[in-house]
Ligand binder design. Structure first.
Ligand SMILES: Nc1ncnc2c1ncn2[C@@H]1O[C@H](COP(=O)(O)OP(=O)(O)O)[C@@H](O)[C@H]1O
Ligand SMILES: [Mg+2]
Length: 252
């Protein structure tokens, strides 16, 4: 009889968030996330002024909406590089609903991401099971959004860049080392927490966003992270390790 292998990927952003918020250590870094509905969108805009509305199952930044309540009765949302403005909640909501149709969406507190050359950026943290069977952070890379876009994904016009020059415009070398340490730890804790629930996982890629308080917000956890993004860096050492671990894990 063949045993059923535990799954190695989890696509639902909602399912992954539900697991992570149960971990006390991770909870402070997870932006408030709710299922999409007319009343929840209104409530979250009143609470946070800016939210991201995203497909529960999606990749490459596709279908991602940034919605804002700028002042009473002034709502806007942006999809790709198109922005629309509304004078009342109902017409704003109807327009978003019309775009979403019957697809399942989530709403997440919006993080005001730090900028590099006037463009928003976040950081991809690659965490893999190493050949000793322990979770290890193997890659960190910055992703800078296209100036007209609201997402940093490479497949939506974002640019991958070395995190050192990216962070150096904001903080000292000493602080950069501390941040790298924090990202490594956060990546490994997240992997362990998800792995308990999904024992088939062998790699994850976190999208971490920083705001002005330098809180490392976990925007998303991918279970099929792209290893090739690391090949965009001049220094190939991360890329080589990522590929080596990936091949080793595939054999197990
Ligand atoms: N809550 C948020 N606050 C700020 N930016 C966000 C937020 N959610 C998503 N983004 C931006 O959109 C990108 C794509 O969203 P993500 O949740 O990672 O979906 P995908 O699976 O399409 O990559 C993120 O990398 C980030 O740049
Ligand atoms: Mg992502």
């Amino acid at each position: 009889m063949s045993e059923k292998k535990p799954r190695s990927t989890v696509v639902s952003k909602w399912a992954k968030t539900k697991v992570l918020v149960k971990c006390k250590k991770l909870l402070p870094f997870i932006p408030d996330t709710q299922k999409f509905s007319e009343s929840t969108l209104k409530k979250m805009l009143e609470l946070y002024s800016m939210v991201y509305v995203k497909p529960e199952i999606g990749t490459y930044g596709k279908g991602v909406i940034r919605a804002e309540l700028l002042k009473p009765n002034h709502f806007t949302y942006q999809i790709e590089s198109t922005e629309r403005s509304f004078k009342d909640y109902k017409s704003f909501y109807n327009s978003i609903q019309n775009y979403i149709q019957k697809k399942r969406y989530i709403i997440q507190r919006g993080i005001h991401l730090l900028k590099y050359n006037k463009r928003h950026f976040d950081i991809r943290v690659m965490v893999q099971l190493n050949p000793e069977g322990k979770w290890e952070t193997t890659g960190l890379i910055g992703r800078v959004a296209h100036p007209k876009k609201i997402v940093t994904n490479y497949h939506s016009g974002g640019t991958p860049i070395d995190i050192k020059p990216l962070l150096a415009v904001h903080i000292s070398n000493y602080e950069i080392q501390k941040i790298i340490h924090t990202l490594n730890e956060l990546g490994e804790s997240t992997a362990k927490s998800l792995h308990k629930k999904y024992p088939g996982l062998k790699q994850i890629g976190l999208d971490i966003g920083f705001d002005r308080t330098w809180t490392p917000w976990i925007i998303e956890v991918n279970t099929k992270p792209d290893p090739y993004i690391f090949n965009k860096l001049a220094d190939k050492s991360m890329y080589r390790k990522v590929i080596r671990y990936k091949k080793a894990a595939a054999k197990v």
